[in-house]
Design a binder for this molecule. Structure first.
Ligand code: UP5
Ligand code: MG
Length: 192
């Protein structure tokens, strides 16, 4: 695809901050394609014959970041297969080396939608979701590790984009309806 003709918005925020939930609404209202890096990794993990299955399973359970080459290849393939030129990339980049590599080999992000949420609230949401999600990382041990990785490794990516004035922040301590109303308002301004 043509780099100059593609719009990428990164959707970032801690584990359970509401990235996936709000992306689903944005898809309906703005016609972007939603690509969740975590979902693509979980799919690849399930794919029979994948050479990365075990590595992905281990890293997700331990809250560790899968090597960037794997995730970037999955994202790039999904973008190439899509007819769309506008993408919400959810949960990526979550480390500085991923951000730099993606910019180099795929495209620069136009903006970052950042869901800011206190850890106690994210913990509550993830433990609740864990009762039905079947996700191998929705348990207290994995959640603690995901929080540590977010603080130490992923947050600096948000600071990096903030220095470029690319970060648009949504506050999460409201009902899902109100969070999305704020998201929609911010997203509309962001595209102007
Ligand atoms: N919920 C949502 N909004 C709410 C609200 N306003 N009030 C109350 N409840 C609300 O939401 C989480 C839960 O909260 C849901 O039950 C929802 O109904 C409720 P969700 O929208 O799913 O939040 P999200 O931010 O998407 O949470 P998720 O758990 O998906 O975030 P993570 O960033 O942890 O997960 P992801 O799938 O992106 O990554 C998982 C793992 O994959 C990583 O830990 C890592 O090991 C690996 N990974 C990589 O290695 N590289 C990558 O590039 C990406 C992932
Ligand atoms: Mg998600």
């Amino acid at each position: 695809f043509d780099k100059n003709d593609v719009t990428v918005v990164f959707v970032l925020g801690g584990p359970g901050s509401g990235k996936g939930t709000n992306c689903e609404h944005l898809v309906k209202d703005f016609g972007f394609v939603h690509l969740s890096a975590g979902d693509l990794l979980r799919e690849e993990q399930q794919r029979p014959g994948s050479e990365f299955g075990e590595l992905i399973r281990h890293n997700i359970k331990e809250g560790l970041i899968v090597p960037k080459e794997v995730t970037i290849a999955l994202l790039r393939n999904a973008m190439q297969r899509s007819e769309s030129k506008r993408f919400l990339i959810d949960g990526f980049p979550r480390a500085m080396d991923q951000a730099q590599k993606f910019e180099e080999v795929v495209v620069e992000g136009r903006a970052v939608l950042y869901f800011e949420c206190p850890e106690e609230e994210m913990l509550r949401r993830l433990l609740k979701r864990g009762t039905t999600s079947g996700r191998a990382d929705d348990n207290i041990e994995s959640i603690r590790k995901r929080f540590t990785t977010f603080r130490d490794t992923s947050y600096p990516v948000i600071e990096y984009y903030a220095k470029q004035d690319k970060v648009f922040k949504v506050t999460c301590m409201q009902t899902p309806e109100n969070v999305y109303a704020e998201t929609k308002r911010i997203f509309t301004n962001m595209l102007e």
